[in-house]
Design a protein around this ligand. Structure first.
Ligand code: HEC
Length: 146
């Protein structure tokens, strides 16, 4: 029984890594390992269960500096064994592959130094911060569409 469990576990890991593992970039690999379980392969999450969709949306947070920081401060991004450089690469992968057209044209890739700085001062009230950010981003969008 234990051997069977071990084998299915290895098969699962092999499946997650995929045959193109050597070519797939680390961002994709780490998304699959650490994010996909909750956020889904395409980032659409499960809004009814409190997991917001990132697909075509998460890039809007980049429009304000605190929003750019917020994406590396939410528990899901913070609580992984990934270091700052790997986390930066993962966030860049999310922007390129999941955030779609929500990413502003002037987006500058996350760097290791960015993530290090964002992680050095985590806001206490993350859900409260999100409410505040969404308000500010909506106000920006409203002003821009006039
Ligand atoms: C255990 C489930 C889980 C895992 C694993 C997880 N997340 Fe999340 N994520 C959530 C939930 C739930 C939220 C909603 C806010 C909260 O409660 O933290 C969220 C929110 C977010 C947000 C904010 C989106 C928004 O619209 O406010 C981002 C960005 C994010 N996660 C990125 C990631 C990344 C990147 C990973 C992988 C490194 C990850 N998450 C792993 C459950 C998860």
């Amino acid at each position: 029984m234990r051997a069977t469990t071990l084998v299915s576990c290895c098969l699962l890991l092999a499946g997650l890594a995929g045959f193109g593992a050597a070519r797939a970039d680390a961002g994709q690999k780490n998304y699959r390992l650490y994010c996909m379980g909750c956020h889904g392969a395409d980032g659409s999450g499960s809004p009814v269960n409190g997991i917001p969709s990132m697909r075509g949306e998460v890039g809007h947070f980049l429009r304000v500096p605190e929003g750019r920081a917020y994406l590396s401060q939410v528990p899901g991004t913070l609580n992984t064994p990934l270091n700052d450089a790997e986390t930066a690469e993962l966030l860049n992968w999310v922007m390129k592959n999941i955030a779609g057209r929500s990413v502003p044209a002037d987006f500058k890739s996350y760097t290791e130094a960015d993530v290090k700085a964002y992680r050095a001062s985590i806001p206490e009230d993350i859900p409260g911060l999100r409410v505040e950010l969404v308000k500010r981003i909506e106000a920006l969008a409203a002003a821009g569409s006039k």
